[in-house]
Design a protein around this ligand. Structure first.
Ligand SMILES: [Zn+2]
Length: 153
C-alpha cells in the first residue's frame, strides 16, 4: 500500500482504539509508530541490495520505480526479484509475540505491524501477486534465485 495510506491507517486505527476501547496512550502511540515505521525494512533491504546507504537514494528509487513496477504486466513482474523485508514476515511477528509476554511494548508493536500488513496483503492480492512475499522470508529468498534485480530497474 502507498505510504500515505499507511500513515492514515496508522493514525485512524490507534486513534479509534484509544477513544473507543480506552487503550493506554503509550499503546496507541506505539501501535501508530510501529504501523508506519515497519517500512524502514524497505530501506534496509534497498541499502543491502544496492550497497548504497544513502536514504535519499532509496526514497528516490522507490518514487521512480514503484509506478513502473505497478504498471508492469504480472508476467513481466515475475522476472524480477522481490524485496527481502525483515519486519514483513512471520518469524519477526512470532518473536514480537513471544517478547510481548515480557513487555507489552512488543505486543503493541505487533498490533501496529498487523495494522500495516493487512492492507499490504490486500493490495498484493488485488494486483495478482503472491501474499507470501510479505509473510515468508523463505519464500522470497527461494523465489529470488535467478531473477533480475528489481533495484536495477
Ligand atoms: Zn509494508
Amino acid at each position: 500500500m502507498e505510504f500515505k495510506y499507511h500513515v492514515l491507517t496508522g493514525i485512524l486505527v490507534p486513534g479509534f482504539l484509544y477513544f473507543y476501547f480506552d487503550i493506554p496512550i503509550l499503546a496507541a502511540v506505539t501501535i501508530s509508530l510501529a504501523s508506519v515505521l515497519i517500512d524502514i525494512d524497505h530501506y534496509f533491504w534497498y541499502a543491502a541490495e544496492s550497497k548504497d546507504l544513502n536514504p535519499f537514494n532509496a526514497i528516490s528509487w522507490y518514487i521512480r520505480s514503484s509506478p513502473k513496477i505497478k504498471k508492469m504486466p504480472s508476467k513481466k513482474r515475475k522476472e524480477y526479484t522481490k524485496g527481502v523485508f525483515i519486519f514483513h514476515n512471520w518469524i519477526c511477528w512470532s518473536i514480537l509475540l513471544a517478547l510481548g509476554f515480557l513487555n507489552q511494548i512488543f505486543f503493541y508493536t505487533l498490533v501496529g505491524f498487523v495494522i500495516h500488513i493487512i492492507p499490504d496483503l490486500v493490495v498484493l492480492k488485488k494486483i495478482d501477486e503472491s501474499i507470501l512475499q510479505k509473510i515468508s522470508l523463505g519464500y522470497v529468498l527461494k523465489r529470488n534465485k535467478n531473477k533480475k534485480r528489481i533495484t536495477d530497474l
